[in-house]
Design a protein around this ligand. Structure first.
Ligand SMILES: NC(=O)C1=CN([C@@H]2O[C@H](COP(=O)(O)OP(=O)(O)OC[C@H]3O[C@@H](n4cnc5c(N)ncnc54)[C@H](OP(=O)(O)O)[C@@H]3O)[C@@H](O)[C@H]2O)C=CC1
Ligand SMILES: O=C1O[C@H](COP(=O)(O)O)[C@@H](O)[C@H](O)[C@H]1O
Length: 496
């Protein structure tokens, strides 16, 4: 068997232009990802990273910020001074209001066109508020910055509901063809999420059992221990449904539920994913509580320490109805999945940081070995550690037919297995390579919003507050009730 390795060949030289270059996302995720790829030899030294934002900085002062950020967000033992200095040599800064046509575009254009600039791959990465995306795309195009090989990467969120998502998509789509628009969802960059595709379609045994006849329900959980982390301004206008479910968890659901694609090409994959999103059964707004639980954390504990309530973490005194937890029951109305609940949940201030997919197979018949054996449970752990487990019953060694459970499928992954430490690393280079398979197509985003928007509207109109849950717990009782009604329970309750 060949040992699987990630291709680490260098990509071709590029210019990465980041809008929002002084922001948290750029400093915490984008630049560390580019640095690591550079340090491991994938980024040619004549590439350039051009930061833009309104702050009046020059190359040197911006480089100092980048240096500090890399030291903060990448472990000191991972940074060699010589490598860091070479990386910083690739970094430039142009002070620019991306939404303003009279901004300093000539300076950016002349920097990009200098040297071999026009022949390089050019990636525009939009890491500002999304309501600026249309204006930035227009200015990039009208100021002549788009080249033959340009791509534009859009950070989430693409809008805050269906209408605003369409506005963002149409705004950018006026200046860039869909084939060059890369909507990033960092969950698709996670090794274990990609592995679901391999597990499902490289194992005929699993592939044949992957339907309502064999599977009783699926749970997809993304739990975080953190609270607001200073992002209250953004989060309070968003909430867990927009922040995690509409994008990341629905993307994971598409990978779990899609039909076999005709190939691994971007459009073949995305055609199948969008079919799943379009087959999601609309939730009945008159009976929403039967299918959706939402919560907001109150004081409790995290990491063994007392932590404040969500409302206390927000600036100002105003009460908030923003949900920090959502659990919902989705159904996919197609022949493969009809009648199989897909339980999705995500929350802040949960007892542990864990993202996993649990596929619960149906129970067996009673008889030969006494009572009916519970159905097997395939657990695909995405993070913090990556693993795939499928316990099966075997005969206990010795006389008689006592049974015991053993792990039939197990792929524990220590850090040594994961070549990319962060999912942005692979995705940022995929944009350079012109490989959009792990990015979200316009119709996918809009189909996801189409399904989610009525829930948001219902919450807005109902004026009901989210259910309280103590920080450090698995969410409000309503989340457990949601499954209990169908005779199911969350995986941690099953283990208790
Ligand atoms: N932070 C995170 O972990 C994540 C963030 N996101 C999303 O990414 C986007 C950026 O987030 P984040 O970095 O946290 O936000 P920040 O507020 O930290 O940064 C915003 C950036 O945009 C720049 N900016 C604002 N207005 C303009 C303008 N008119 N022209 C050019 N630049 C401008 C700001 O710089 P200046 O003021 O100097 O212009 C700053 O660099 C948001 O949409 C967010 O929702 C998505 C996933 C995770
Ligand atoms: O997009 C987001 O994701 C993070 C969680 O990402 P993960 O890779 O750590 O699971 C979440 O904290 C943040 O609120 C959200 O905007």
């Amino acid at each position: 068997m060949n040992k699987p390795t990630l291709p680490l060949e260098p990509v071709e030289s590029f210019d990465y232009v980041i809008f929002g270059a002084t922001g948290d996302l750029t400093m915490r995720k984008l630049l560390p990802a580019l640095y690591r790829r550079f340090a491991e030899g994938q980024v040619p030294g004549d590439s350039r990273i051009v930061g833009t934002a309104r702050s009046p900085l020059d190359d040197e002062s911006y480089r100092e910020r980048v240096r500090a950020a890399l030291r903060e967000y990448i472990g000191a033992d991972e940074i060699a001074d010589t490598t860091l200095n070479r990386f910083l040599g690739m970094v430039h800064y142009v002070s620019l209001n991306g939404a303003d046509a009279s901004g300093n575009w000539p300076a950016l254009a002349s920097l990009l066109d200098s040297g071999a600039g026009r022949t390089k791959v050019r990636v525009f990465y939009l890491a500002t508020a999304p309501d600026l995306y249309g204006d930035i795309a227009r200015n990039v195009a009208e100021k002549g910055l788009r080249s033959e090989t340009s791509r534009i990467v859009l950070e989430k969120p693409i809008g805050t509901d269906l209408e605003t998502a369409r506005k963002v998509n149409d705004g950018v789509g006026r200046y860039f063809p869909e084939g060059s628009i890369y909507r990033i969802d960092h969950y698709l960059g996670k090794e274990a999420v990609q592995n679901i595709i391999a597990l499902r379609f490289a194992n005929p045994m699993l592939e044949r059992m992957w339907d309502s006849e064999s599977i009783e329900y699926v749970q997809i959980t993304a739990a975080e221990t953190v609270g607001l982390e200073g992002r209250g301004g953004y989060y309070d206008g968003s909430g867990a449904l927009r922040d995690m479910i509409q994008n990341h968890l629905l993307q994971v659901l598409t990978v779990v539920a899609m039909e076999r694609p005709s190939s691994l090409d971007a459009d073949a994959l995305r055609d199948e994913k969008v079919r799943v999103l379009k087959a999601l059964k609309p939730l009945d707004p008159r009976n929403l509580r039967a299918n959706v639980a939402r919560g907001q954390y109150v004081q409790g504990r995290a990491g063994g320490k007392p932590v404040p309530a969500y409302r206390e973490e927000l600036p100002g005194e105003a009460p908030s109805r923003t949900e920090t937890f959502v659990a919902l029951k989705a159904e996919i109305d197609n022949p493969r999945w009809r009648g199989v609940p897909f339980y999705l949940r995500s929350g802040k201030r949960m007892p542990e940081k864990v993202t996993e997919v649990v596929v619960q197979f149906r129970a067996g018949e009673p008889g030969l070995f006494g009572e009916a054996r519970p159905g097997s449970r395939l657990v695909i752990r995405v993070q913090p550690d990556e693993s795939v487990t499928l316990p099966l019953f075997v005969k206990h060694p010795g006389h008689g037919f006592g049974l015991e459970e053993v792990d039939a499928l197990s792929r524990p992954a220590g850090p040594e297995r994961a070549r990319y430490r962060d999912s942005y690393e692979g995705l940022l280079l995929d944009a350079v390579k012109g490989s959009p398979a792990l990015f979200v197509r316009k119709d996918e985003t809009e189909a996801a919003w189409q399904w989610v928007t009525p829930i948001l509207e219902n919450w807005r109109e109902s004026h009901e507050a989210p259910d309280a849950y103590e920080a450090g717990t698995w969410g409000p009782d309503s989340a457990r009730e949601l499954l209990r009604r169908s005779g199911h329970h969350w995986v941690e309750d099953a283990a208790a």
